[in-house]
Ligand binder design. Structure first.
Ligand code: HEC
Length: 135
């Protein structure tokens, strides 16, 4: 009887854990291969929005070619595929957002917040990548 009770409690807690929504600041980063199709228009909006209390992308990345804390987005679609040998433009952009320290663009500092991986949903990540590569 005791065993049955324990099994029941275990089953119930597993069910509850599976149903509980993940807290907003603990979204596990989507793997690159499981990203949904990105929407560049939504990505453009997200780029200027504060997500999960993090600074907006536009606070460090200009859209008009001017230098800021980070590189400009202008012309980014042309250079993204050449930043790291063997990495496609999409993979490189994904890694730059999820693990910004993995490759530092020459002449810039390691200043990009590392917490975006915890606050962006897979759809947010895909939309931001699509937006950046459309430039
Ligand atoms: C506090 C400043 C800061 C913020 C905010 C920031 N970044 Fe960055 N980002 C940088 C810096 C500095 C670099 C260059 C150094 C490096 O490679 O990490 C960079 C590099 C990048 C790169 C690679 C650019 C290239 O030309 O190769 C991408 C992609 C990128 N950021 C995307 C984003 C996105 C998307 C956001 C918002 C979700 C964002 N960044 C927010 C500072 C920032």
């Amino acid at each position: 009887m005791q065993r049955l009770g324990l099994a029941l409690i275990l089953t119930l807690s597993l069910l509850l854990a599976a149903c509980a929504p993940a807290p907003a600041d603990e979204i596990p980063p989507a793997g690159f291969d499981s990203l949904p199709v990105g929407n560049p228009a939504r990505g453009a909006e997200l780029f200027a929005e504060r997500i999960g209390g993090q600074p907006t992308c536009t606070s460090c990345h200009s859209l008009d070619g001017s230098r800021n804390v980070g590189p400009t987005v202008q012309g980014y679609g042309q250079v993204a595929g050449q930043r790291v040998s063997g990495q496609s433009a999409e993979e490189y952009t994904y890694e730059s957002i999820i693990s910004p320290w993995a490759h530092i663009v020459p002449s810039y500092g390691n200043a990009m917040p590392a917490r975006y991986s915890q606050v962006l949903t897979p759809q947010d990540t895909a939309d931001l990548i699509a937006f950046m590569l459309s430039n």
